[in-house]
Write a protein that binds this ligand. Structure first.
Ligand code: COA
Length: 260
């Protein structure tokens, strides 16, 4: 893997862990984080050994405390628009063909929450705090918050978070369905890696197609979604992994999936 200034990429067998590494700035997303994150995901996409990606923040205080506010000072409407029309980390995660888990270890604010929302599964530690505080800066969500948060937790809850800018704690995030699990900070990494490794053992093509189908659910109507599922399900029948999965079940053994 190439070396990066703002992120660390580690490969732990079939799981890659990307750590946003700006703990002194609570891992705020400056543009370089987007550029390096996109580059890392491009590398991991074509790395056949990697089956799942985990994204987290350095230190014990923050996942990501939002966009780097200092970069807003000189931004014009045009530079802001152009920046977000390039490939952002949010959209690269969204269309990434392998499962991505957000391991939220503290403040998860603004663009940090939008980053987590772009991931497939969110888990957090008890000290995590979530907010879309853009309204306090006289701006609004720009990294997908109004769309992804609303689809995930519903309009009323999303409205309150986005219009008030207030933080919610891990328990409320769990209650809202914003995260799937809350663990202690000490157990967060072990439990997340257990989940990541469990998913990494599944058939990679079936994972990719399942992710595509689930993401399509909030982007289509029911009939289109059901038709897409029929097609993607049929594609699974062209894979060696389908033969392996079915044979392993009938032979009462554990399947070994190869991503073919
Ligand atoms: N952009 C740039 N820098 C940020 C940042 C952000 N989003 N969030 C935190 N930082 C920086 C602080 O400026 C500070 O830097 P400094 O030590 O050079 O002064 C450092 O990170 C530590 O933050 P600090 O505010 O001292 O920590 P705290 O524990 O007192 O407060 C927060 C934590 C999260 C409540 C507070 O940092 C905050 O409100 N951050 C902004 C959150 C936000 O509005 N995000 C959405 C942006 S659209």
């Amino acid at each position: 893997m190439p070396t990066y200034e703002t992120i660390i990429v580690e490969k732990r067998e079939s799981v890659a862990v990307i750590t946003i590494n700006r703990a002194d700035k609570l891992n705020a997303l400056k543009s370089q984080v987007h550029i390096e994150g996109v580059r890392a995901l491009d590398e991991l996409k074509s790395d056949s050994e990697i089956r799942v990606v985990v994204i987290t923040g350095a230190g014990q205080k923050a996942f990501v405390a939002g966009a780097d506010i200092s970069e807003f000072v000189d931004k014009t409407p045009i530079t802001q628009r152009n920046g977000f029309q390039e490939r952002t980390l949010f959209n690269t995660i969204d269309s990434f063909p392998k499962p991505v888990i957000a391991m939220i270890n503290g403040f998860c604010l603004g663009g940090g929450n939008e980053l987590a929302l772009a991931c497939d599964i969110r888990v957090c530690s008890e000290n995590a705090r979530f907010a879309q505080p853009e309204i306090n800066l006289g701006i609004m969500c720009g990294g997908g918050g109004t769309q992804r948060l609303t689809r995930l937790i519903g309009e009323g809850r999303a409205m309150e978070m986005i219009l008030s800018g207030d933080m919610i704690d891990a328990g409320k995030a769990l209650h809202f369905g914003l995260v799937n699990y809350v663990w202690t900070l000490e157990e967060l990494e072990t439990k997340t890696m257990e989940l990541a490794n469990k998913i990494a053992e599944k058939a990679p093509i079936a994972l990719q197609l399942s992710k595509e189908a689930v993401k399509f659910a909030s982007r289509s109507n029911l009939d289109e979604g059901l038709r897409r599922e029929v097609d993607l399900f049929a594609i699974c029948f062209s894979t060696e992994d389908k033969q392996e999965g079915v044979s392993a079940f009938l032979e009462k053994r554990k399947p070994i999936f190869k991503g073919k």
